[in-house]
Design a protein. Structure first.
Length: 136
């Protein structure tokens, strides 16, 4: 924080910290789900992709590594870019699940529908909360 800037107040970074906490929880819980519910996660991998189990486990590891990377200031920016890439990579699974919502009665169709535009919000939150502070 640039202390010579009168517009900056101590503690004014709480929205960014809140966003970072949300992003961490999103990927930490999501990563655990890949291992706790592997068979269920495999069902949403589109059929055109091979090795569903491997893809679910690899993406789960990536989610957990990305979440861990957010906790360390030195790795936060790189972790953010990794999580952006991962979010884009799993979009086909989210679209597939939305297209075949009747196969997933546990998740309401409205939630699957909202998840798609929410991914844009998630991408922004990842980018915004993990970018390095501006150089003074």
């Amino acid at each position: 924080m640039n202390t010579s800037d009168p517009t900056e107040r101590p503690g004014s970074d709480w929205p960014k910290r809140l966003a970072l906490g949300f992003v961490f929880l999103w990927f930490f819980v999501g990563g655990i789900a890949h291992f706790a519910f592997t068979a269920r996660e495999m069902e949403i991998v589109p059929p055109l992709f091979p090795a569903h189990r491997a893809l679910v486990l690899i993406s789960g590891v990536c989610e957990l590594l990305g979440a861990a990377g957010l906790l360390v200031t030195r790795t936060r920016h790189a972790a953010g870019w990794g999580l952006i890439g991962l979010t884009l990579a799993v979009t086909p699974a989210n679209v597939f699940m939305w297209q075949y919502a009747d196969k997933y009665p546990v998740v309401p169709t409205w939630a699957l529908t909202l998840r798609l535009p929410f991914q844009l919000v998630l991408l922004f939150l990842i980018y915004w909360s993990t970018r390095p502070p501006e150089a003074a």
